[in-house]
Design a binder for this molecule. Structure first.
Ligand code: MV4
Length: 492
């Protein structure tokens, strides 16, 4: 591989290009008219504007991006996450154009893109799954039969869904028919596919995912887990590795299941297998994400493996250069997503200009971001502006470092998730490792952040009053006999 085009923007485009550059590979950026001055564009060796700001007219134009890749002689395309990263047709089109797609095949993406196909695929290897069905519900009668078997509460999920879309909880047999119809019409509207399936509802689960890597020679490894239970509206906000609740035995069992899910669809490259883990540490396969994920950095920090470099090696046909036995967990890493969202106002996106933007530094801190001070956050894309990751030799050191780095981070001009993050990682339940996917719903209230800032406002007001007094009060005549300055100058 000599030249890679990155079909993405912002922090992930930069992050991919940095690894490529370390490997001596040329980098190509494609960008929208809104992104002309972004750091990823200036970082790249070459860059091409591919259209107006809306993604549908720029970052989602697969054919146009392949055209640019062919014209500039790129031999690989890295899709990052989002946009075209889980588009089976794009993976295929790259391959057909003679360009290496740095990601899995269309077959892997299609299999795991359908939750029902994914469950059927995983079943070949006896991967544990939540009781329920792994084929589409045909009619109400079948749904009632299954409901009688699994019990309530249960979940109706859209096969084409993911990230919680098209998911409905059902508490009683009486509401089953209505919820089934609603789930099907919602799925049809959102995904043009009305297939749904049923699972028993796991009440207070932890969301734990396993990072895997596979090559094109049939070798697989797992790079341990990431705990991602701190989410809001299916948007992760804090992620850590390793999870503080797993035992070495369960970690190994989950890792081996994850590798088998990959094996079941001939997966190659970096992928993530999601599990629900209940209070008794039973784990259940949920779905697989066939891309590099936002939170991959915490895995990199505890394993020392550069996942993007591995993706590139694998896409180039190379065999993995290490085995499972070579991998170890070193220390602990926690990531906070820095989003242009207002945690005091329902996490609504906050647009504006990064009037002040000063990154934290120091031991164990990694900042992956996509903007510079003075830039506007465009409204067209995801509100995530970057990620703040802290590594520590223990979980407690990682919490302390991340807290220190959050305090050191200076962002003015927009509201961000920074104050929320400081609150979350210092909450008693988080510190003790006793939390699940309901953490935010159970404990978060905007007032908890306002108390902090109210206190800060009060201090700021007191300082301002003092400065005002100093400036406006009549200067008192200096009492020469008590001036240390005079005494000191006499000593010279
Ligand atoms: C579940 C579940 C409970 N029981 N399945 C949400 C997104 C999709 N990946 C699957 N999801 C869930 N599936 C059963 N059988 C609870 C969730 C869920 C969830 C999962 C992970 C992280 C956050 C979540 C928030 C709400 C619901």
């Amino acid at each position: 591989m000599n030249k890679i085009l990155v079909a993405n923007r912002g922090e992930i485009a930069l992050r991919v290009m940095r690894s490529a550059r370390e490997m001596g590979i040329q980098t190509v950026a494609v960008y929208s008219e809104a992104d002309a001055t972004m750091p990823f564009v200036t970082f790249a060796d070459e860059s091409f504007c591919i259209g107006p700001a809306p993604s549908s007219e720029s970052y989602l134009l697969g054919d146009k991006i392949i055209e640019v890749a062919l014209a500039c002689g790129a031999d690989g395309i890295h899709p990052g996450y989002g946009f075209l990263s889980e588009n089976a047709g794009f993976s295929d089109a790259c391959q057909k154009a003679g360009i290496k797609f740095i990601g899995p095949t269309a077959h892997s993406i299609e299999t795991m893109g359908s939750k029902i196909a994914a469950k059927q695929s995983a079943k070949k290897f006896d991967v544990p799954m939540v009781p329920g069905t792994d084929s589409p519900i045909q009619d109400v009668a079948e749904a009632k039969e299954i409901a009688a078997r699994t019990g309530f509460p249960l979940l109706i999920k859209a096969s084409a869904g993911g990230g919680g879309k098209g998911m409905r909880i059902v508490h009683h047999m009486e509401e089953l028919e209505e919820q089934l119809n609603m789930a099907k019409s919602e799925a049809l509207n959102s995904f043009k596919d009305d297939s749904v399936f049923i699972e028993k509802y796991v009440g207070s689960p932890k969301h734990i995912e396993i990072q895997i890597l596979g090559d094109t020679h049939g070798n697989y490894v797992y790079l341990f887990e990431r705990e991602c239970s701190i989410q809001r509206r299916h948007q992760k906000l804090v992620e850590e590795a390793p999870s503080s609740c797993l035992t070495p035995e369960i970690r190994k069992a989950m890792g081996e299941c994850a590798v088998n899910v990959g094996r079941s669809c001939d997966y190659h490259g970096a992928g993530t297998v999601e599990f629900l883990v209940d209070n008794d540490l039973n784990f259940y396969f949920l779905e697989m994400n066939t891309r590099l994920q936002v939170e991959h950095c915490v895995t990199e920090m505890i394993t020392g493996i550069d996942l993007v470099k591995e993706q590139i090696y694998v896409a180039d046909g190379k065999a993995l250069s290490f085995t499972q036995d070579d991998l170890n967990i070193n220390g602990h890493a926690i990531e906070l997503r820095i989003c242009a969202e207002d945690p005091l106002n329902n996490f609504l996106p906050d647009i504006g200009k990064l009037e002040v933007y000063k990154r934290p530094q120091g031991a164990g801190i990694r900042v992956d971001d996509g903007y510079e001070e003075g830039m506007e956050i465009p409204i067209y894309y995801d509100p995530m502006i970057g990620k703040l990751v802290a590594w520590g030799s223990t979980r407690s050191e990682a919490i302390d470092r991340l807290t220190r780095a959050i305090e050191e981070f200076r962002i003015n001009g927009i509201e961000t998730t920074l104050p929320f993050g400081k609150w979350a990682i210092n909450h008693e339940a988080f510190v003790k490792g006793q939390f699940d996917t309901h953490f935010i719903a159970n404990y978060y209230k905007p007032e908890l952040l306002e108390q902090f800032s109210e206190e800060q406002k009060e201090i700021a007001a007191l300082i301002a009053v003092n400065i005002f007094k100093e400036k406006t009060e009549q200067p008192k005549p200096l009492n020469m006999s008590t001036s240390k300055w005079k005494n000191r100058s006499n000593m010279r």
